[in-house]
Write a protein that binds this ligand. Structure first.
Ligand SMILES: Cc1cc2nc3c(=O)[nH]c(=O)nc-3n(C[C@H](O)[C@H](O)[C@H](O)COP(=O)(O)OP(=O)(O)OC[C@H]3O[C@@H](n4cnc5c(N)ncnc54)[C@H](O)[C@@H]3O)c2cc1C
Length: 429
């Protein structure tokens, strides 16, 4: 039977196109480890993999199956840099830190691609990313961004796209101009996720699915996780629950990472329409509620867009997304949608990742704010690197000092949803 994620709606096209998705047992009873990891997305599994390769005794549990959160269900776009462009980060953090974050993001990109190559994981990598303007008046900013990255960030892979070039590369005249990035690309995220889990298990990590952490306590110098069927006692704990973190497990993290539901639809192959994305790039637009889409190697359009600022799921994901597809590609207004699914994007107030030490030996990592395919993988690895004393780059994120969302307790979510709905409305004007 096809597996339905218990924490996110819909069966994804990624799951439907996998040849195998190994299952892992639940943890029955109690155990000990050097490091215990809660959350089997990219962050947790990369950390487990690197720790196991370093000879550390590591246990990882996930409340659902690995990849049932954002990591197995996302748009698969790697992007470049952080959520914010470097010039925006410079105004917030200064040039030196902005340069350091850009370097780390480039290392994250190489790490992901090298990891897949080294472990022979076929992730369907396709190069190219088009970032396009849905409003007039972005031309100056886009041109300046291309120049800034080439001149000061040693990144020569961007080019400005005129209105005509944008229309030709997209096969749609809906956007005004854009930027082409040939230094990045897009992947099948669930294939990567499954590959990381297999690699981690082969390296000796003890991996458990359908095992929920209910509580974490610091007892006699150790950290004890309760699972309902036993405990895990460990020197160190990594909380990698991202947008699925619950208040009762760790309230400080839950106050800083909030979930936004984002949805994706897959269509039947649109291969015959050669005008649609002839170069095979992925696309993201300049809306606050970003539309992100691409053609899979087999021709299906994978289109992400509609966001919902509540825990509810929209009743008809396909209908909303088909309308958004048709706004860009009117010829696809009746296209068949074969799969529609959603997941929670973990966001923070300043849209920068959270790395936070909660109590002795307990660290929380997440909140990649829609830019986590390469960064969550890398932050997981950096967590292990820090333990091994190999790299201190995780400090860059720790120093960001992410604030809690305002409101506290039950008011936090309604306040955020109001604020986000206001920004989303501005996309229309
Ligand atoms: C629809 C969608 C599209 C996206 N598109 C892109 C994109 O194109 N590019 C990009 O860069 N980023 C994108 N993202 C974001 C990206 O997927 C995430 O940043 C990244 O996958 C985060 O990985 P993670 O391991 O931190 O969290 P997740 O993958 O969310 O994993 C968290 C895990 O924690 C587990 N968990 C939670 N609570 C417990 C508990 N109490 N006990 C045990 N386990 C628990 C959950 O079951 C889950 O498996 C998208 C996200 C979504 C949802």
């Amino acid at each position: 039977m096809v597996w339905q994620s218990p924490i996110a709606p819909g069966i994804s096209w990624y799951q439907a196109t996998l040849t195998e998705r190994p299952t892992y047992p639940a943890l029955d009873g109690s155990t000990t480890a050097d490091v215990a990891i809660i959350g089997g997305g990219f962050t947790g599994l990369q950390a487990a993999c690197q720790l196991a390769e370093d000879g550390v005794d590591v246990v990882l549990i996930d409340a659902a199956r690995f990849g049932d959160g954002a990591s197995g269900r996302n748009g698969g776009q790697l992007g470049t840099g952080q959520h914010w462009w470097p010039e925006e980060l410079e105004t917030k953090l200064g040039e030196e830190r902005s340069q350091a974050f850009f370097r780390v993001a480039e290392e994250a990109k190489s790490h992901l691609l090298d990891f897949a190559r080294k472990h022979k994981i076929n992730i369907d990598f396709k190069p190219g990313q088009l970032s396009v303007a849905h409003k007039r008046g972005m031309e100056y900013t886009y041109r300046r961004h291309v120049d800034t990255l080439a001149e000061r960030y040693d990144y020569p892979h961007l080019s400005f796209m005129s209105n005509a070039e944008t229309a030709e590369r997209l096969g749609s005249d809906r956007f005004f101009c854009g930027i082409r990035d040939i230094g990045t690309g897009h992947i099948h995220p669930l294939k990567l996720l499954v590959g990381i889990a297999k690699t981690a298990a082969a390296a000796g990590a003890r991996l458990f699915e359908l095992t929920k952490a209910e509580n974490i306590e610091h007892v006699d110098g150790k950290n004890v996780i309760e699972t309902g069927r036993g405990t895990i006692t460990a020197e160190r704990v990594l909380i990698a629950c991202n947008g699925y973190i619950e208040d009762h497990l760790e309230p400080k993290t839950a106050a800083k990472i909030m979930p936004i539901r984002s949805f994706i639809a897959a269509t039947t192959p649109v291969k015959k329409d050669r005008k649609i994305l002839p170069g095979g790039e992925s696309v993201d637009d300049s809306r606050f509620v970003v539309r992100y889409f691409r053609k899979a190697p087999t021709g299906e359009m994978l289109f992400g867009g509609r966001e919902v600022y509540s825990a509810d799921n929209p009743k008809n994901i396909s209908r909303h997304l088909r309308r958004q597809i048709a706004e860009i590609y009117p010829q696809l207004k009746d296209v068949e949608i074969t799969h529609a699914w959603g997941g929670s994007v973990g966001i923070t107030m300043p849209r920068r990742p959270l790395v936070h030490d909660i109590m002795p030996g307990v660290t929380s990592i997440g909140g990649f704010s829609g830019h986590g395919v390469m960064l969550s993988n890398y932050c997981g690895k950096l967590y292990a690197d820090e333990i091994a004393g190999r790299s201190l780059d995780l400090e860059l994120y720790r120093d960001l000092d992410i604030p809690s969302f305002p409101g506290g307790g039950p008011l936090r979510k309604p306040l955020l949803f109001l604020a986000l709905t206001w920004f989303a409305l501005r996309d229309r004007f």
